[in-house]
Write a protein that binds this ligand. Structure first.
Ligand code: TXA
Ligand code: MG
Length: 345
């Protein structure tokens, strides 16, 4: 693709409810012109374009190198915009939106015919989310249109949680980046399919299964962790390699010392990702030790996980060994991303 000058706008201190700054108005105009702009959300940075403009949506796929059969989430700033996208809003989707929007929850609902096939990759449903971030919502409202936005990384790289990550992946490929500091949760939104009888969690995230069950009832919620290639893809993104560092990542449940020793004996430089509590034990044994944060604070571990994977990726290690976590609460989303990074599929 041809080189684009990428503008970096600093909007670090916009407060919730504040009217848009000149930088956000300019970024909104870029979206109106059919360009793609990166912006912070409370999950990860997104790469946004006018969802109703097919050429603009093409810009997103080209900049990321994203396969065209992987649909995009449409971001809204006001609840009314849902009516432009959904042919109808199922009861459970309404309940979940009332409880968790704005927030890190994406709802898959039957789409209106007018929603572009480029956005939904030909599916009869559309994924919608109202982000809980002052800059994200100010941008969507400045643009005045629903904004299609995947995570603002090159396909196959960890999602960006800082403007620097977006720059590293997409500088020269997009119109601009709104730098609003670190994204909050650090992992992408929970995606819930609301088109069937029960709610199906297609991707775990910041809103946990437990929270969704508390709104809909325990019997009304199912979870699909991974979908095998041969099955009809429910969330087409799940069949692609995601979040993957370039050196192999291996998950280690127990006896980390033995794994480090084995790899070292094979002549490998070993990187270890583990909790702060295990630093003193593992650091002396490994070529590189990266602290994931305290096991007492899984939210903090989630917030920095992609940054830590990027650091590991840019180091000179031959293999990365990473500790595992209990699949409970936010631990489910952390393990989902680590398992994807480790599987290389
Ligand atoms: O937190 C997030 O969700 C971030 C921020 C920017 O909002 N966005 C994000 O987008 O993670 P992306 O494109 O990286 O992931 C979207 C996921 C993909 O797995 C995609 O296949 C799935 O949502 N998806 C999109 N539309 C869908 C649909 N109609 N039915 C099922 N899955 C869908
Ligand atoms: Mg993504």
């Amino acid at each position: 693709m041809s080189y684009k000058h990428t503008v970096l706008w600093n909007v670090d201190n916009l407060k919730e409810g504040e009217s848009a700054s000149p930088a956000i108005i300019e970024a909104g105009l870029c979206i109106n012109r059919g360009e793609a702009v990166a912006f912070p959300t409370e999950t990860v940075y997104g790469l946004g374009a006018d969802a109703a403009n097919d050429k603009a949506v093409d810009e997103i796929f080209a900049a990321k190198g994203r396969p065209g059969d992987n649909p995009l989430i449409v971001h809204i700033g006001k609840l009314e915009q849902w009516q432009d996208l959904a042919s109808y809003v199922p009861d459970m989707a309404q309940k979940l939106a009332t409880s968790f929007w704005p927030g890190p929850l994406t709802l898959v609902v039957p789409k209106k015919q007018t929603v572009s096939e480029k956005v939904t990759a030909g599916l009869s449903s559309v994924a919608v989310r109202m982000p809980d971030h002052a800059v994200a919502r100010a941008l969507i409202n400045a643009a005045g249109v629903p904004v299609a936005a995947p995570s603002a990384n090159r396909s196959g790289r960890p999602s960006p949680t800082k403007a620097e990550h977006v720059q590293y992946d997409l500088d020269g490929r997009i119109a601009g980046i709104l730098n609003g500091g670190d994204a909050g949760y650090g992992l992408e939104s929970t995606v819930v399919d609301c088109t069937g009888e029960k709610a199906v969690i297609l991707r775990p995230g910041g809103i946990t299964k437990e929270q969704i069950e508390s709104v809909l009832g325990v019997n009304q919620v199912q979870q699909t962790s991974t979908i095998r290639e041969e099955e009809a893809p429910k969330a087409p993104g799940m069949k692609y390699r995601h979040y993957a560092p370039s050196s192999p990542l291996v998950l280690v449940d127990d006896h980390m010392e033995n794994y480090i020793e084995k790899e070292r004996q094979a002549g490998k430089k070993v990187g270890v990702l583990a909790v702060e509590e295990n630093k003193n034990t593992f650091q002396p044994l490994a070529h590189l030790f990266i602290s994931l944060g305290s096991v007492e604070n899984l939210e903090d571990i989630a917030a920095h996980l992609y940054h830590n994977l990027r650091i590991a990726d840019q180091s000179d290690v031959d293999i990365i060994l990473c500790e595992t976590f209990l699949k409970r609460g936010i631990g489910t989303a952390i393990m989902n991303r680590l398992e994807k990074a480790a599987s290389g599929s």
